[in-house]
Design a binder for this molecule. Structure first.
Ligand code: ADP
Length: 683
């Protein structure tokens, strides 16, 4: 086996650039059609015991501590920290550099500029990586919080960790709920209904218990059509994480599944039987994605991630090996307990490696890794597009316009499996990806020690540090100032700003180049046509009415129908009321969120689909929906103009939208903006 050098790996990681460039030139067809196929609720960073799939866990050796355990809060690694290193440095060099750097510290380059302040009191298990990042950035950390507001609040778990009225916080409200297995499956299912080919990167899934009968029937129908089809299914409890409670089945009538039906909600999913193997082992990819802003949508992808390996050679599932967790599940927290887990400080060996080392290896075998990267970028953008509509509803509910609140950003962990044909498949999205930079080492049976994990540190510190660099509030302020400086007649204040400004022309000169690559809005043109549900969410939010609510009442729904002029002789307001009651009742019986009564966004989407199908018959669904959105937006903008002009006393004239249009022309950017949406602009 050829080993890759750190330089080669760096290049492989940076292929993201090239892939992204090539993505821009690809056609939509190429993006979605290469080949052949949920969430962490406030996830503790615990590590589960080894267990056979679907069986009782083997006797517990030791349970790793949970988020919030004292261990998590221990003091950071010895000060001062390793100097900022060039992005390209290999791990072996890193180890040496670490040793050399102990005892060295930085001076701040410019005393005149106040450092960015960061409240790290709730950082939990990401604390170590955060501290390293802050020291590299020369920012000021407040480990116990601060009475005055900070620029940035770094939370380990969720948005609701405290009341923050200003600054920026590294979590979005509702993200944890949105990426739970069931919610994610639902959001992706809506997109699969609209754009089946674009969204074929998510395995076919059914939600239990409500869709059990559908699952059984659909599987039987496919089997009847193709008797050679021998599927395997993976059952994942909605609230589980780190492989917890997951098992494989061959038969939809398996008794374990019927047991699950009575116990807890779950997702049952088609099992990907032919994953790409390396050294005969199955592995998955953890990629870090920064959602920098919701509206306008801004997405960044880290150029390197982690690959987590199984510890038992892979075989396609059969009745003998269905229970072998170390063969089928790639979770680090499970495999670490296998006797065959290999800890390694090298990025390209062992059971946890950098993704760039995998790409490098694939490249050496002639694989087109630019294509792999561009498929991954496309998967990430499409997934985020599926999540944002409901996130917007959460956002306006938690931080309504006009009330004080922070702006949000969030690092997400995407778990991706490469199939044998190199097509990336989405397994799940984590709202709180582990940012631990240490791992447990079993010194002797049952005796563990936490030791630094250089692979984790290399990848995760770069992600946190560069996220902070992108969110740097002082940089933003400086950018605004410099824009003002470019004014032909600079004011006296401008001049003062310049004189008091940073004496260091590039305060980031000591840092490696940013490891996060912008993919949206950079490639917005190719993906905007997918943002139909986003536009529906804008309509939904406009009619929500009361600040803070997430559900549409019957009056709101009626107003929506009236203002958008959707009722007619064939759709009376009485029929509208019945539609509202029917759909709302059904959704309220399957969703757990009983905070408000009324119509949730997904129910609204279902009603919208119904109305679109009625109005624009014979078109594909996405065209029907796009046409109806256009129509609604048109009538609402007329209404808004009318209201405005009434005040000014002027007549108005607008042309109606063309109804026989294709959805592809209905990009979010070119469509008229709906007033309710503008309040989400926090960027
Ligand atoms: P958890 O949140 O418990 O980690 P995941 O959805 O990530 O749940 O699944 C755990 C592991 O199971 C994954 O890391 C992957 O190795 C395997 N897995 C999950 N879904 C599939 C699938 N559809 N096909 C093949 N393997 C899967």
């Amino acid at each position: 086996m050829r080993r890759s050098s750190p330089e080669q790996e760096r290049e492989a990681g940076w292929e993201a650039d090239a892939a992204a460039e090539s993505l821009a030139s690809e056609t939509e067809e190429q993006l979605g059609l290469d080949a052949g196929a949920a969430g962490e609720p406030e996830r503790p960073e615990r590590e589960e015991q080894p267990k056979a799939v679907g069986r009782d866990p083997t006797p517990a050796r030791r349970r790793a501590p949970e988020e919030g355990d004292a261990r998590v809060r221990r003091p950071p690694p010895a000060l001062p920290l390793a100097p900022p290193r060039p992005a390209a440095r290999g791990l072996s060099q890193l180890v040496k550099a670490r040793g050399r750097s102990r005892g060295r510290s930085y001076r701040r380059s410019s005393a005149s500029v106040r450092p960015v302040t960061v409240d790290s009191s709730k950082a939990r298990t990401s604390l170590d990586a955060l501290k390293i990042s802050l020291r590299q950035l020369r920012w000021k950390e407040f480990p116990f919080g601060r009475r005055l507001p900070c620029d940035i609040y770094w939370h380990g778990v969720s948005f609701r960790d405290s009341d923050i009225l200003s600054g920026q916080v590294n979590k979005f409200p509702g993200m944890t709920e949105m990426v739970r297995k069931i919610t994610l499956s639902r959001a992706l299912r809506i997109m699969q209904n609209l754009f089946p080919e674009e969204y074929n990167f998510y395995p076919r899934s059914w939600i239990l218990p409500e869709e059990f009968q559908l699952f059984v029937t659909q599987v039987q129908t496919v089997k009847d059509g193709d008797p050679t089809w021998r599927p395997t299914f993976i059952v994942k409890p909605d609230s589980g994480c780190q492989g917890d409670g997951i098992y494989l089945i061959k038969d939809p009538c398996d008794s374990r599944l019927t047991g699950t039906l009575h116990n807890r909600p779950a997702v049952v999913q088609e099992y990907i039987r032919k994953p790409l193997l390396i050294d005969k082992l199955k592995f998955d990819i953890r990629l870090y994605v920064l959602l920098k802003s919701l509206d306008p949508l801004e997405i960044y992808i880290a150029k390197d991630g982690l690959s987590r390996f199984c510890t038992e050679p892979y075989q396609e599932p059969n009745s003998q090996n269905l229970h072998h967790v170390f063969m089928h599940l790639t979770n680090y927290s499970l495999n670490i307990h296998s006797g065959k887990f290999v800890h390694s400080d090298s990025a390209n060996t062992g059971s946890k490696r950098t993704f760039s080392s995998i790409l490098c290896r694939l490249s050496s075998k002639g694989v087109d890794i630019k294509k792999v990267w561009s498929d991954i970028i496309s998967l990430v953008i499409k997934t985020v597009i599926a999540l944002t509509p409901e996130l917007k509803v959460f956002y306006q509910s938690d931080i309504p316009t006009g009330r004080p609140g922070p702006t949000c950003f969030q690092i997400l962990g995407f778990d991706i499996l490469l199939m044998k044909n190199l097509k990336p498949m989405l397994l799940e999205v984590n709202a709180n990806p582990s940012m631990r930079i240490e791992h447990e080492y079993e010194l002797s049976p049952g005796v563990f020690e936490n030791i630094p994990s250089l692979v984790d540190e290399e990848v995760k510190v770069a992600v946190i540090r560069d996220t902070l660099r992108l969110m740097d509030p002082l940089k933003k302020r400086k950018e605004i100032q410099s824009q003002q400086m470019e004014k032909p007649f600079a004011s006296k204040e401008d001049l003062n700003c310049e004189l008091a400004g940073d004496s260091d022309p590039n305060p980031e000169a000591h840092l490696p180049s940013i490891c996060l690559k912008q993919v949206f809005p950079k490639y917005a043109k190719q993906f905007n046509y997918l943002r139909l549900v986003d536009r529906m969410a804008n309509l939904f939010i406009r009619f929500l009415g009361i600040k803070g609510t997430m559900k549409l009442g019957p009056t709101g729904f009626r107003t929506f129908i009236r203002n958008c002029k959707l009722s007619s002789s064939s759709l009376s307001m009485a029929a509208v009321d019945i539609l509202y009651i029917d759909i709302t009742r059904r959704w309220n019986s399957v969703t757990v969120d009983q905070r408000d009564t009324g119509m949730c966004l997904q129910a609204f989407v279902e009603a919208f689909f119904f109305l679109a199908q009625r109005k624009f018959k014979l078109q594909p669904l996405h065209e029907q929906v796009a046409s109806l959105i256009d129509l609604c937006e048109y009538h609402l903008s007329l209404l808004d103009e009318k209201r405005l002009l009434c005040r000014r006393g002027r007549p108005h004239q607008r042309n109606p939208p063309q109804m026989n249009r294709t959805a592809h022309s209905a990009t979010g950017s070119s469509a008229p903006r709906v007033i309710g949406a503008s309040k989400l602009s926090h960027s």
